[in-house]
Structure formats: C-alpha cells, structure tokens
Design a binder for this molecule. Structure first.
Ligand code: URA
Length: 230
C-alpha cells in the first residue's frame, strides 16, 4: 500500500482487538472476551450470534442478522444495523436501502451474491430504527472483527458514519472522509454515504451525495481491478 493511499485519520493505529475503552462499554452481563481466532468458520460464528445475549438489542429482535453475499468476496460492505425488513427476513440490506445498494453495485458490475459480503456493525435491530448505542456497538464488535478475519476481504466499505466510527478511529465526519482510501489491518477501507441518506437526497446534480457516491463506487471498482490484476 503506497503512502498516498494511507490517509491520516488514525485508522492505521486501530488494532483488531477491542480497546480497553471499548471493552469497558460492554454491558457487565456480557463482558466475555471473544478474542481474534475464536471461531473456525463463519457457520460457527453465525450459530453463536443466533444465541447472543450480549446487549439489550437481543430482547426485541425477531432474527439475528449476520450476513448475506459471498463468504469469499473481495469486498465487504458494513452497514449500521438491521431495519424492520432485515429483522423480519434475517438478512442485511433487503429493504429500500438494500435495493438502492444493489443498483449502486450493479452500476459498476458488482454482483451482490458473488463479489460482496454484506453485514452490519450490530446484528440485531435497534428499536424504532434508532442508531445503535456505543455499548451495543462495542458488545457486537468482536463478531464483526471475526467476520472480517474469516472473510478476509481486500476492500472494506463502511456505509455511513455509524459503520465508519464502529470500525475506524476517525474523528472527522463522513462528508469529509468519504471517498478516501484508509488502511486498516492491511486492508483498503473507504467510508461511503449510507444508501438511506441517498434516498433522502435523490438529486443527481454534480457535487450532491448521489453524484459523490457514483465517484466513490467507480473508485472502488478501479481499486478492485488493480488488486485482482496484479
Ligand atoms: N441499513 C443498514 O445499515 N443495514 C441494513 O442491513 C439495512 C439498512
């Protein structure tokens, strides 16, 4: 990874273990460590997630939403948390945001079943679609880290601010950081706008969120081609 591709948002300093501060946030009832290497397979991780009671979100869920897509995909897309439809179907990004995400991927010939693995920072639906709280993100983070380790993607896309801050130690807002390559644990990471934000801001005018997403997804396609051609 060349120097100009590593931007200076502190992301490179983040390790794949929870920091002491993040560990402190985990509810006392769930302060059981899940260190890197806990799971031998994504099936094992999924089975464990299905019985998870590490935070209060377990109470209101219909389904634990672990992932969809290819388990060997070069690109991992991380969202915030399941919404109503995702909770009902047990799959991430299957509602309106998911439909837009499919179109965005298809616009650069990315197949959501083959080329990407899709998951969220929290695996259970926050009530009323509120943002997941810091303790819920911390309680769920070891699962996310294990998903990253097991899928081993070359590229990680973080959709929206919650996903970005859930993985990377970035102080700046998404509007400033989106579209920039950051390095995390030897992987290329990019924060992109959340599809729900694009649904609320539908203009395609140059410089508007949808137009910016178009730039970002083309940069992702280019990076994937570079990484797979070499
Ligand atoms: N929004 C997300 O962030 N994730 C989903 O799975 C669905 C909507």
């Amino acid at each position: 990874m060349s120097q100009e591709q590593i931007s200076l948002f502190g992301a490179a300093e983040v390790s794949s273990e929870l920091s002491p501060d993040e560990f402190e946030l985990i509810p006392t009832s769930a302060k059981i460590r899940i260190p890197p290497g806990t799971y031998d397979s994504l099936d094992q991780l999924t089975a464990h997630c299905k019985g998870c009671q590490r935070c209060g979100l377990a109470e209101g869920r219909t389904n634990v939403v672990v992932s969809r897509g290819s388990r060997t995909a070069p690109i991992m897309i991380i969202g915030e948390g399941p919404g109503q439809q995702e909770d009902e179907q047990g799959l991430p990004f299957v509602g309106k945001s998911g439909q837009l995400l499919e179109k965005i991927l298809a616009s650069v010939r990315l197949d959501s079943e083959k080329d990407v693995y899709i998951c969220n920072v929290v695996k259970c639906r926050p009530p009323g679609n509120r943002n997941p709280a810091a303790d819920e993100v911390a309680a769920c983070k070891p699962y996310l880290l294990e998903q990253i380790r097991l899928v081993d993607p070359k590229i990680i896309l973080l959709t929206g601010s919650t996903a970005m801050k859930g993985l990377l130690d970035v102080k700046e807002g998404i509007t400033k950081v989106r579209g920039q390559w950051m390095e995390w644990e030897g992987r290329y990471c990019m924060a992109i706008f959340h599809p729900a934000y694009l649904l609320r801001n539908p203009s395609r005018e140059a410089g508007k969120p949808k137009w910016l997403m178009w730039q970002d997804i083309q940069a992702v396609r280019k990076k994937l081609d570079e990484l797979t051609d070499s």
